[in-house]
Design a protein around this ligand. Structure first.
Ligand code: MLT
Length: 207
């Protein structure tokens, strides 16, 4: 049940962390391979296609409207994606990956961080928003998010993600113990060259 159509490219540099590439709405498993190579040359790339279809467009969870999520589905799909990553790690023999998610893919990565933090070594969240209105409280008994590195890159003029929402996500992840770097770029919802440069520099400094 955790079968996802996906692409996998093995590492060509053992020192680079594996990346879990998570595309935006209407994308697929091929979309972010180029971005992944630019951000972290030599990393193993694991790139699933979202299993939810919205008018034929792949996504990682259902939504009721733009920015209004089916939170039961967010939870279910985050667990399903976590199971896929665990299976893929066994199959391909890779370490816990750093997620690189754009838009809907960044939102499911944020949900993974909040629900199953052990799945990810860290995350680059591009144009992410708060995925759950009632995220699990930080439970000191499982401080799995403690110190986990997260880079959140928001667009100052993003028509989909209000500045208050991305600020709330940054606060939520910090409160759960993540080591969050949040930058607001002079951009909209689409990615810019600055995203690539910042992501590449950030991942180069992760452990
Ligand atoms: C979402 O549905 O996850 C967000 O609205 C971003 C998008 O995919 O447009």
């Amino acid at each position: 049940e955790s079968a996802f159509i996906h692409r996998y490219e093995p590492a060509t540099n053992a020192g680079s962390p594996p990346l879990l590439l998570l595309h935006g709405t209407g994308g697929d498993e091929n979309d972010l391979l180029g971005l992944g190579k630019m951000i972290s040359p030599g990393s193993a790339l694991l790139s699933p296609r979202g299993r939810v279809l919205e008018h034929g467009m792949p996504r990682f969870f259902r939504r009721l409207a733009e920015g209004v999520f089916d939170e039961e589905d967010v939870r279910r799909r985050a667990h399903e994606l976590g199971d896929f990553v665990a299976d893929a790690r066994r199959r391909y023999g890779i370490a816990a990956p750093v997620a690189v998610g754009f838009s809907n893919g960044a939102n499911i990565a944020a949900a993974l961080l909040l629900l199953k933090p052990e799945v990810l070594a860290g995350a680059i969240l591009l144009r992410a928003m708060v995925p759950l209105s009632d995220p699990p409280r930080n439970d000191p008994a499982k401080a799995d998010l403690a110190g986990k590195p997260v880079l959140l890159l928001s667009g100052q003029a993003d028509p989909i993600v209000p500045a208050s929402n991305s600020a709330r996500l940054a606060a939520l992840l910090s409160q759960a113990g993540a080591s969050v770097t949040h930058k607001v770029l002079p951009a909209g919802h689409q990615l810019s060259q600055a995203d690539v440069t910042l992501a590449r520099n950030w991942i180069g400094n992760v452990d």
